[in-house]
Design a protein around this ligand. Structure first.
Ligand code: GLU
Ligand code: MG
Length: 446
């Protein structure tokens, strides 16, 4: 039976939210979602329209299931690209006034069909289904995504060339960074760390772990906020996988821990480094599927200019305790609650809902199959030659994705095919182009 959209309930929630927003001086609400290419698309309504929009959604063209990084479209095999309409429905539980965009509020949106059923191509719906599948097994997941960005001046030049992790960077940009911190905090986010990163102009912020869909929502909110604060300082932001060819890129490291009955299954267990069997099987499932998962978490041609050995990007399909060259870095932390696994191979071009949903689905398959982790990789595989390289290009990741019955089943035919069409079209778009051209073409797109 079709799940029907709870219209009256949403309208009532919008009515009460609108009163508070009006008191906060909010004029308009943005409904954001991320397409399969990893670009955030948005519509907004003036505040008086919020109730109607919450009840019925606002129109959204389904052709954006096939939009590419350059705003062109992959061709739908059915020829239906320009036809039809979907409804963008805001999740008012995540509605928040934007601290660095006075007068504006934001909410992540789900996409529904016109007759009030979930759109099968909705990426956020996919992440939610994956999270629910985890919960059905009596487990829960805590997730957090690190946000790395390059900040540049109005001419597009990195705004600092001071040393990696250098105090000089903070001195040069202390007002800016303080404002980033304040804006994030004002929006109810719990910031854990804020620091200069490695590449020229690069910084990073990490926030507290939460549920998987919430973590994906949060990463979008963090990115918009950083961009908005930057704009107020006359600065531009790039989340492209690589900003400067040959240098370190912008990762989207996904931290994840599996819990049962309030207990972190990455701590105090009988397995290696304290893993409980469930956590090991889950991580083994994700590790086994990583080549195919790259089509979700490293979605662009430029992603593979970042995902190279000795760039802290996790270019090898292996795992290791605190190993920053392993795609899967195990972190035991200093307290039971902190132990987690970090997927380093994903980048900031990824749609976070696809990335998280895919990892959860693969992890659950690992649980079902009772997989075990292979031997640990203790050093840098580029030096020891002890681990398998992950796909080194988008076409290689596409080949792995095409073989993944697991992802086809988890995503559902419509979303799986849309992602495939977008990946193939992007590979064609940049086929034969020099690396430098690719970097330049997407530098300001994410
Ligand atoms: N910026 C690196 C990346 O591309 C990661 C650096 C780090 O280990 O945080 O993922
Ligand atoms: Mg980092």
């Amino acid at each position: 039976m079709a799940i029907t959209y709870p219209r009256a309930e949403r309208a009532a929630q919008a009515r009460s939210a609108a009163t508070g927003l009006a008191a906060d001086g909010i004029d308009a609400v943005l409904f954001g979602w991320v397409d399969n290419a990893g670009l955030t698309r948005v519509k907004s309504v003036p505040l008086p329209q919020l109730e109607h929009a919450a009840e019925y959604g606002v129109g959204a063209a389904p052709c954006f299931d096939l939009s590419l990084v350059d705003d062109s479209f992959a061709v739908a095999p059915s020829g239906t690209g320009p036809v039809g309409d979907l409804r963008l429905v805001p999740d008012l539980d995540r509605l928040v006034p934007l601290a660095a965009q006075p007068g504006w509020a934001w909410a992540p949106a789900d996409r529904w069909t016109q007759d009030g059923t979930p759109h099968p191509g909705c990426q956020r719906g996919f992440a939610r289904r994956a999270a629910e599948a985890v919960e059905r097994r009596g487990l829960s997941v805590r997730a957090g995504i690190e946000v790395e960005w390059v900040v540049a001046d109005a001419t597009g030049t990195p705004a600092t060339h001071a040393p990696a992790y250098g105090m000089t960077r903070v001195v040069e940009h202390s007002d800016y960074l303080r404002e980033v911190l304040r804006a994030l905090t004002a929006q109810g986010l719990e910031v854990l760390q804020l620091h200069p990163e490695y590449a020229a102009g690069q910084f990073e912020v990490s926030v507290a772990a939460e549920g998987p869909v919430e973590a994906a929502d949060t990463t979008m909110l963090v990115r918009h906020t950083v961009r908005a604060v930057s704009a107020r300082h006359g600065l531009r932001v790039s989340y492209a996988p690589v900003f400067t060819e040959g240098s370190l890129g912008n990762g989207s490291h996904l931290h994840l821990s599996l819990w049962r009955d309030g207990r972190n299954l990455a701590h105090g267990g009988p397995g290696r480094h304290g893993l409980h069997p469930d956590a090991e099987q889950f991580l083994a499932g994700a590790l086994a599927e990583l080549p195919a998962l790259l089509a979700l978490g490293a979605p662009g041609v430029a992603s593979y200019l970042r995902l190279v050995p000795s760039h802290f990007a996790g270019a090898y399909r292996c795992w290791g305790l605190e190993n920053r060259e392993a795609a899967l870095r195990l972190i035991t932390g200093s307290a039971a609650g902190q132990a987690n696994a970090e997927f380093k191979c994903f980048d900031a071009a990824a749609n976070p809902y696809l990335m998280i949903g895919g990892v959860l689905a693969a992890g659950l398959a690992g649980l079902d199959a009772g997989l075990v982790l292979p031997p640990e990789t203790p050093g840098d595989p580029a030096v020891t030659g002890s681990a398998e390289r992950l796909p080194a290009s988008l076409p290689e990741a596409i080949a792995a994705y095409e073989k993944s019955a697991l992802l086809r089943q988890a995503l559902g035919g419509e979303l799986y095919e849309a992602v495939l069409a977008v990946r193939q079209a992007e590979a064609e778009l940049f086929a034969g182009r020099a690396d430098a051209d690719v970097v330049e073409a997407v530098r300001w797109r994410y």
